[in-house]
Design a protein around this ligand. Structure first.
Ligand code: IPM
Ligand code: MG
Length: 381
């Protein structure tokens, strides 16, 4: 045991994590993840170095752009990125030239993070917090794979103009077969280690890009005969997610469908405040060690900056803390460490501790930092 610990320590002496809290509740929840990661480092003998950078609205205020060069340099020099949230009413003018959201969109694009993994697990302890009937939630456990660097978010032309007939605007939904293939492949790889079912979401009855999506998904599927592939229209998927979520194992969808469906998926489990995500360009190798170097992956809660509750220590940090667990598992291959965090979250929920978003009437919720303290305490054992 002692030998094992020592070896691990020397392998991971210098893990550099860039911490980009962003706006609203982003910095508050990210601080709790750092607290928990520090507890992990202490318990397992690792050394994590954190380098903070500004992004989003606060960066616009400070230097006029949502993703400053300094921040990008910090990110490129790190092994993984822990991201909070960006945006807020202060920067919401539809005519603004720069937007906080450009910060996260540019990070995803420049780091080549084309696959966003959003696991959706229903904690039995939170079944009462869900708007769905309890019997629909039994055994619900799926993962959404959202395409993240293409589609409507990035397609050109993307602009707005005015002519004699009035104002017009255009966004473009374009995909190459390569972009579809690589993200669908990630879905199949994940399914192989799960319940071996992929739902590929499209709108092929209307859109050309969706017809290509379906064609390519079918072709990739041939290479995975052990995995069942089901094509589903996006509107049907929206309905099935709330009427029959247990049918899903791995869901793969283009950028905007994935954005919308993953928020819907998040409330199934009771709260947006519980769900982590990882944005990656590959999965960890099944055998052997993950190669260090290259561009880092990014980990963020799926919730936004929640400006209404910012600065009040009311936010649920669990989605961010669980994103830290995904970071340990996917970027560093530290599975036992990731599990220690996940078990910590599970235990505090079992003991009845709640933040405001998941508390029942009459229950006095914990603050953001109390939740971080408790999970860090459990992690340290
Ligand atoms: C998300 C968010 C972002 C997105 C916003 C903040 C740009 O909603 O990560 O789901 O649309 O991708
Ligand atoms: Mg979203």
């Amino acid at each position: 045991m002692a030998l094992f610990e020592v070896r691990k320590k020397s392998q991971l002496m210098d893990v550099r994590i860039s911490v980009l809290g962003g706006d609203g509740i982003g910095p508050e929840v990210t601080a709790e993840s750092v607290k928990v990661l520090d507890a992990i480092a202490g318990r397992f003998g690792h050394e994590f170095t954190y380098i903070t950078g500004i992004v989003g609205g606060c960066a616009i205020d400070a230097v006029g752009t949502a993703l400053p060069d300094d921040t990008m340099n910090i990110v490129l020099g790190s092994d993984a990125v822990l991201f909070g949230a960006v945006g807020g009413p202060k920067w919401d003018d539809p005519l603004a030239k720069v937007r906080p959201e450009d910060g996260i969109l540019q990070l995803r694009k420049r780091l080549g993070l084309f696959a966003n993994l959003r696991p959706c697990k229903v904690y039995p302890q939170l079944i009462d917090s869900s708007p769905l009937r309890p019997e629909r939630l039994v055994d619900v456990d799926f993962i959404m794979v959202r395409e993240l660097t293409g589609g409507l978010y990035f397609g050109k032309p993307k602009r707005r103009w005015e002519n004699s007939r009035g104002r017009r605007a255009v966004d473009t939904l374009a995909y190459s077969e390569k972009e579809i293939e690589r993200v669908v492949r990630i879905a199949f790889e994940l399914a192989r280690d799960r319940k071996k079912r992929v739902h590929s979401i499209d709108k092929m009855n209307v859109m050309e890009s969706s017809r290509l999506w379906r064609e390519v998904a079918t072709e990739v599927g041939v290479e995975y005969p052990d995995v069942e592939l089901i094509h589903m229209l996006a509107d049907t998927a929206a309905m099935q997610l709330i009427t029959n979520p247990v049918i899903f194992d791995v869901i793969v969808a283009e950028n905007l469908f994935g954005d919308i469906l993953s928020d819907e998926a998040a409330v199934i489990g009771g709260s947006l405040g519980m769900l982590p995500s990882a944005s990656v360009s590959s999965l960890p190798p099944k055998h052997g060690r993950r190669r260090r170097g290259g561009k880092p992956a990014l980990y963020e809660p799926i919730h936004g900056s929640a400006p209404g509750i910012a600065g009040k220590s009311l936010a649920n940090p669990m989605a961010s803390i669980l994103s830290g667990a995904m970071l340990l598992r996917l970027s560093l291959g530290l599975n036992a460490e990731a599990e220690a965090i996940e078990n910590g979250v599970d235990s505090i929920l079992s003991e009845g501790y709640r933040t405001g978003d998941i508390a029942s009437n009459g229950e006095r919720p914990l603050t953001t930092s109390q939740v971080g303290d408790m999970i860090a305490g459990l992690v340290m054992g």
